[in-house]
Design a protein around this ligand. Structure first.
Ligand code: URA
Ligand code: CA
Length: 433
């Protein structure tokens, strides 16, 4: 088999066979095909697209290119959740213990990553003592015992995706549905879950800014998952404004604690109930979505969800006292209010700009080696649709110093107040099964 022929075939719009896709992925992972040939193939895929079958072959070949996590020693149906990413997306911190409190095993492999705030692991590490450096055996034992554990991502998960993503980044081929969908799904499949719930975000703070694009991506990922034998469904949710109120690492832990007590922001709570119900049904702990939702709501108010969170933190070295006394968490030295300049209704809080402001405060990583300040971030006091008086606080900035005029200006630019009545945006746009 020759890479030249594969490029030519795709260039001319013909579907590739499983053998051709496996050949290209394996040879490229082994450094036996040069970047320039793979670049040409990626560009051909960008223009010619891939059939549903090709997408599934590509995903499987990438998933099999490195380590695959074997979760078969965990009893029950393992359900994973994946979000395409957004600003202040606190859902994993809430969903992991919440769904586990109903007996669904949550074996979460998570990363740090670049972004406006840290990843799930960074956020959890704001609880003193909490760590994810545990062996695979310890991880599996913890999930069997407590129903929930989080481990850092294995270094050799989907090496084909790492190489391809780096190449796509410099050849203008990131934005291709078959390539995005196979990239995301290969990592989920290699991580070993039996069923996958996808939270595909749409709006200013999302990877897919337009609803139509988000739907097409969701359908592509659901199709791949189901073709390769993992029950998969997707929820399309709003990311035009940040989710919940908190954007920051320790601040999002506090928000998750409030939500697990049944006292969280309305949008975050609703999205967690929507995604959680799907996970509980896929995990066979409820027969219908209504039953699942009722059970989840019950555990948010009867203390079971928050107790599960405490057990989870303690099992991985974390100080469970943080749950009852959030002053144990890192605190920023300065809390500064941002007063509204006019009265009216909040009509827009541009998610990615607020994310950038959080990053300017030090909440996220610009490069792989940047240090994160776990204490800093932003807490929104108003959301889209809320009315506000001139001088009233729009949001509270948690900062390491007082010299933050640039952050304040960025935040003023990202929030609009109008004299017209404005409604909160829709939270859930669609479900794809
Ligand atoms: N996230 C991924 O993991 N892969 C992509 O291709 C795009 C976003
Ligand atoms: Ca949040």
């Amino acid at each position: 088999m020759r890479m030249y022929d594969i490029i030519e075939k795709k260039r001319d719009g013909h579907p590739l066979t499983e053998e051709e896709i496996v050949f290209f992925i394996n040879q490229y992972t082994a450094d036996k095909i040069p970047d320039y040939q793979v670049s040409a193939l990626l560009m051909a895929v960008y223009f010619q697209d891939m059939t549903a079958g090709e997408r599934a072959y590509l995903t499987t070949a990438m998933a099999e290119s490195g380590d695959q996590i074997d979760l078969s020693a965990i009893s029950g149906t393992k359900v994973d959740k994946h979000s395409t990413g957004g600003v202040g997306d606190t859902t994993t911190l809430v969903l992991a213990p919440l769904v586990a409190s109903l007996g669904v095993p949550v074996a979460k492999m998570s990363g740090r990553g670049l972004g406006h705030t840290g990843g799930t692991i960074d956020k959890l590490e704001s609880v003193p003592g909490f760590h994810t450096e545990i062996t695979n055996e310890a991880f599996i034992d913890l999930v069997n015992k407590n129903k929930v554990a989080v481990i850092g991502q294995s270094g050799n998960l989907t090496p084909a995706d790492k190489k391809l993503y780096g190449l796509r980044d410099v050849t203008a081929t990131v934005n291709s549905i078959p390539l995005i969908a196979s990239s995301i799904m290969s990592k989920k499949i290699a991580s070993g879950a039996d069923a996958i719930v996808l939270d595909v975000k749409t709006g200013a703070g999302a990877f897919m800014k337009e609803l139509e694009e988000a739907k097409i991506l969701a359908e592509a990922m659901v199709s791949i998952g189901n073709q390769v034998g993992r029950k998969t469904m997707a929820v399309i949710s709003d990311m035009s404004q940040p989710l919940g109120n908190a954007i920051g690492n320790a601040l999002e832990i506090k928000e998750a604690i409030a939500t697990l007590h049944g006292e969280g922001p309305e949008d975050l709570t609703e999205l967690c109930l929507t995604l959680g119900s799907q996970m509980v049904v896929l995990g066979e702990k409820a027969a219908t979505l209504e039953e699942a939702r009722d059970k989840l709501k019950e555990n948010l108010t009867n203390g079971k969800a928050i107790d599960q969170f405490k057990r989870f933190l303690k099992a991985q070295g974390g100080d469970e006292a943080a749950v009852d006394d959030p002053s144990v968490l890192p605190q920023a030295p300065y809390q500064l209010e941002l007063p509204a300049k006019t009265s009216g209704t909040v009509s827009n809080i541009v998610a990615d700009d607020v994310g950038t402001a959080a990053m300017m405060l030090g909440a996220g990583r610009a490069t792989k080696d940047s240090e994160i300040d776990l204490s800093v971030g932003i807490v929104l006091n108003k959301k889209v649709g809320d009315s506000i008086e001139e001088g009233e606080s729009l949001l509270t900035i948690h900062a390491s110093n007082e010299e933050i005029e640039d952050v304040k200006n960025k935040l003023y630019e990202s929030i609009e107040i109008t004299g017209e009545p404005t409604k909160a945006p829709k939270l859930i746009y669609d479900m794809i099964t």
